[in-house]
Design a protein around this ligand. Structure first.
Ligand code: GDP
Ligand code: MG
Length: 163
């Protein structure tokens, strides 16, 4: 079975932009499993000939839900179904209480989690934008610009051993 990689994080952190970069081909989109996956997009992708399945999680469909509740739900789903989790945070916005809560939840899983600080569009701003996120106490942070591509090669090379 192909490795399942789930993209999670607050709305607007850049999940779908990264999804599109990883997918590249239009025909990579696959049908979601009916029922469980209303707001999730699945794609069959590969990196250096290693195929894997990528899942993008969508926005909030329940108006009464809070953003943190929503992400908590997505995180629990990802912990259950995914093999690898890409948890995206927004480097321009900085660390948010919601990020801290979800990281605490993700710490409890045995599954591989990549803590990604997105919107780092150039190397010159990397250290400054990454700084607040070290407070999370995670071993590794992955600096990324899903939009411009900075850090993408490094991230995918980090993923490779799990594919
Ligand atoms: P999602 O809600 O997590 O799926 O986020 P989107 O991928 O829809 O992106 C939300 C907004 O952030 C859009 O305006 C994107 O253009 C922008 N964005 C995404 N990735 C980057 C990035 O690497 N750098 C910058 N500067 N903006 C980004
Ligand atoms: Mg999206």
């Amino acid at each position: 079975n192909a490795t399942l990689v789930a993209l999670i994080g607050r709305p607007n952190v850049g999940k779908s932009t990264l999804f599109n970069r990883m997918v590249k081909r239009r025909d990579a989109l696959v049908d979601p499993t009916p029922g469980v996956t209303r707001d999730r997009h699945y794609a069959r992708v590969s990196w250096e000939e290693h195929p894997f399945i990528l899942v993008d999680t969508g926005g909030i469909d329940d108006e009464d839900d809070t953003i943190t509740n929503h992400i908590r739900h997505q995180a629990l789903l990802a912990i259950e179904e995914a093999d690898v989790i890409f948890f995206l945070m927004d480097g321009r916005e900085g660390l948010t209480p919601s990020d801290i809560e979800i990281v605490d939840l993700l710490r409890r899983t045995e599954k591989k989690v990549f803590f990604i600080v997105n919107k780092i569009d150039s190397p010159e701003i990397e250290d400054a934008l990454l700084a607040p996120f070290w407070e999370l106490g995670v071993d590794q942070l992955w600096a990324l610009s899903g939009d411009h591509g900075y850090g993408y090669q490094t991230l995918m090379e980090g993923l490779l051993p799990y594919l």
